[in-house]
Design a protein around this ligand. Sequence first.
Ligand SMILES: [Zn+2]
Length: 385
Amino acid sequence: MKTVVQVKLLPTPGQASALAATLHACNEAADFVSRVAFERNVKSRNELQKLCYQAVKCEFGLSAQPAVRVVKKVVDAYTALRANIRVGNLGGVRSRRRINAESKPIAFRQWAAQPFDDCCLSWGLDARTVSIWTTAGRLKNVPFAGSPEQLVMLRAHRRGESDLVSRDGKWFLVATCEIPEKPQFEPIDWIGVDRGITNLATTSDLANFQGRRLQRYRRWHARKRAELQAKRTKSATRRAKRRARREQRHATHVNHKISKEIVAVAERTGRGVALEELHGIRDRVRLHRYQRATQSSWPFHQLERHITYKARRAGVPVLLVDARYTSQTCPRCKHTSRSNRPTRDSFSCRRCGLAGPADVVAAVNIRDRARRAWVLVNVPLPAAA
Ligand SMILES: [Zn+2]
């Protein structure tokens, strides 16, 4: 399966301006190729390359390999657009988004990422440097920062292209890695995971990932963002966007940490991971107004993707179970009622008296549903008569 490793480049100011000039030249060239593809309705990569190759090399100062990459980037962008239209992601035939997308060539932002293959980019993993082609010649020994795990991954599994990315004045390389999957094992039991607001994830083992500090951090960000948005100036909007991106990166980091830990425990104990199906997570709990902003922006889907993906790598089975009433059902006597939830965070069964934190009860219910579902899935089919 594919994964990516992102490392931060640490170029000198001179190297950084060479990288910037290169990115701009590649994207201007891509814009040109995109116009040709659109006007002549060329879909084939070979044909487009024949039409554009010379011009891209001479007019935009790209050498042979980057010119080929630019053409491929454009062809890939059109392929992706057609696929999106086909599955209806841009709406029906009459939707404005679709008409907009189909009526003009795809445009490439000045700072859009650019793929580099091994001819144009070589990695010195021991020295933590790269050598990279630019329009100002080849830059050698550009240092990068990477963790020991990232280096191990790059050394063992990096394949093919890496993207050069510039974000808020910083430079990154995003390398594609192809890693082997482990065969899925037969779980001896399940870990139920409940996703929620106060605690982002609570497991039926009583581990919970929260929470308070993170909530403060998100609330603080939300407030700062609102202040900036209220100003309505160009620079304030830009800073608000930057802040939103930073918050998003933080959320991704937290989701990585949570999913890593859950999957590691599952793998170590030979269990599978059970999650509730996500649609409806927002209306399952009633919230205060201040919570709504922070809660609805939490990437729960991303957490699910991280768990699923890490589980696949480790051979851990993942099961999605029906989320209905997981927070209102008593795990002991199965009595289901809204009044089992005297407050948002607590559970107290009206019939048998079982009481505890609501998210733990939900996680236990999710685990129990997975146990039942797995038995059903694994019942041998009756032999044909
Ligand atoms: Zn009960």
